[in-house]
Every structure is written in C-alpha cells, then in structure tokens.
Design a protein around this ligand. Structure first.
Ligand code: CP
Ligand code: NVA
Length: 301
C-alpha cells in the first residue's frame, strides 16, 4: 500500500514525478479536460482535527475532479472525539473508504492509521511535517525560476515548524541550498539538522546575513496551531525575522517571496511585502490543488 506521509520518506525521483504530474494536471484543468478520473466511484475521507482553508478545499475539489467523492469527518462528530482509539477508527474506515487524508497533531498517529487502515493515507499536516505544502511550493518555484537546481532558499521565522521540516527534507533529496534563519532560543533546528548530515542545509541565526543573494524568501506563521499559549513570547523573539522591504533588498533582485498561508500581516511579513508578492503567494495556494491531485493520482489503487 502506498501512502504519502512525509517528504522525509520520499525519493528525489518521487518528488520530481509528483511535480511533473502536477504540471500536467494544472494544464489539463486550464483547458477543462477532466478525463483523468483515477478516483472514479471511490469515496475518500478527510479527517481534520485542526482548522484548514486551503488544504480542505483543495482536497475536496481535487477528489471531485478526479472522479471520486469526499467525506469530511471532524473528530467533534466522530467517536474519535470521545476517545475511540485511532487504531480502531483506522480499521473501521479502512473497510469502507478508499483513501484517507488526515490533519492531526501526531505524526505517529497518522502513520498508525496508514498501517492499520490499509488504504492510501495522506498527511495533510502534523506537528512534524506538511508534505503536501512542499510539493505545491516546489511546483511554484519551478514555474517562477525554472527549477530549484543551484538556487538558494531561505526560510525565515519558525525554522522548527512542520513546514520548515518538510523544506529541510526537500533540500536533502533535491540538493538545493536551504538556509534556516530564526531565533535559536525559541526554535533551534540543530537536533533536526543533526539527523540529516547534509552540507546544503544550514542554520544562520542573523537574518540579514542569511538572506544574502537568496532566490527564494519563505516564511510561515510565528505561532503554529496548538502553540497559541506561546504567542507573546514568540512574537517578541521573531521580530527581526519579518519579511519586509529591508530583508528583500538584501536578497537577489528577482527573489521570490513565498508564504504557505494563512498570513499575519506585519508579523511574519509586512503588509507591503505581502501585497507586492501576492501573485506568487496566491499561485502557491492554487498549486495546492494541482499538487494534491497529483499525489492522489499516484496513490489511487
Ligand atoms: N497552508 C495551509 O495548509 O493552509 P490551511 O491551514 O488553510 O489548510
Ligand atoms: N506551521 C503552521 C502551518 C499552517 C499551514 C501550523 O502548523 O499552524
């Protein structure tokens, strides 16, 4: 059974194939060619215990465009929310659904679901990784810069969050330069990087040094879902890591500015920087749909 649970588990060829397939599906959608229907007569469950705009909508639309139907399942309504274990939920759903898309705190639980349900399972964000986001991001980089080879990507802000982790694994597999820049007292990626042993990924605490000649400046929220209690401490510590005109002026003159969204204006990105790069950022959001269709097409049995 094939699953899509992390970028860590992907291969270079696997990532490249997903990006190529996303491009084909995007082109087909633009000419309204929906003849590829690998999910015909299938029903996929979308089991989200955290908020979502982009991921939920892009999966629901994507499943329909691939010929299947989607069932949105919230733990508030499932017995899961009243304490039924994930391992029982997985074995029930595996006998009825054809695939599952899960957003949850725990990577271990998503992996357990995949194993016990025996249906294709997709990680739609855990505390550990956000792999669907990264396939869409790579597609966006490929569209704007022609590819990632030889490029320098700088991730500013919470460099120990799920999105940053997935970028780290993408850099390891694909070989582009990735610089992580954030306050070490809050989000040191050192433990994560030690697992990697990868010379093209580094941590540079000074953001003004980190962004020199960058081709891509990337950020995510400073306060991820579930960390709201730390908001005050984090927002103080991250101030220097905001993407704004000053930081952008130190990067390559054609640098892309990317944000996975949702964005908090004048926190991780200034209002003016956001609006100046809105076309890239909203293409990135649209690309979630094409990337996830490619992932589901690859997994469909
Ligand atoms: N980027 C992202 O995953 O957005 P949502 O939380 O809205 O799904
Ligand atoms: N790091 C963020 C990503 C949101 C898409 C979070 O986990 O809330």
């Amino acid at each position: 059974m094939k699953n899509f649970l992390s970028i860590e588990e992907c291969s270079r060829a696997g990532i490249e194939e997903l990006v190529e397939s996303s491009i084909s599906l995007k082109e087909a959608r633009h000419i309204r060619d929906f003849s590829s229907r690998p999910l015909l007569d299938q029903c996929w469950g979308i089991i989200f215990s955290k908020a979502s705009t982009r991921t939920r909508i892009s999966f629901e639309v994507g499943i329909r465009e691939l010929g299947g139907s989607a069932l949105f399942l919230s733990p508030r309504d499932l017995q899961l929310g009243r304490g039924e274990p994930i391992k029982d939920t997985a074995r029930v759903m595996g006998r009825m659904l054809h695939g599952a898309i899960i957003r949850n705190d725990s990577q271990v639980e998503v992996e357990q679901f995949a194993e016990l349900s025996d249906i294709p399972t997709i990680n739609a964000l855990t505390d550990q990784e956000h792999p669907c986001q990264i396939i869409a991001d790579l597609l966006t980089v490929r569209e704007s810069l022609g590819g990632w080879e030889g490029k320098k990507v700088v991730f500013l802000g919470d460099v120990d969050c799920n999105v940053a982790h997935s970028w780290v694994w993408a850099a390891k597999h694909l070989g582009f330069e990735l610089v992580l820049s954030g306050p070490s007292e809050i989000c040191s990626p050192v433990n994560y990087l030690e697992k990697l042993d990868c010379s093209n990924v580094s941590f540079v605490e000074d953001p003004f040094v980190a962004v020199a000649d960058a081709n891509v400046l990337y950020t995510d929220v400073w306060v991820s879902m579930g960390m709201e209690d730390e908001a005050n401490k984090r927002e103080g510590a991250f101030t220097d890591y905001q993407i704004n005109e000053k930081i952008i002026s130190l990067a390559d003159s054609n640098a892309m500015v990317m944000h996975c969204l949702p964005a908090y204006r004048d926190k991780e990105i200034s209002e003016s920087a956001f609006e100046a790069h809105a076309e890239t950022i909203f293409s990135q959001a649209e690309n979630r749909l094409h990337a996830q269709k490619a992932i589901m097409k690859d997994l469909a049995t």
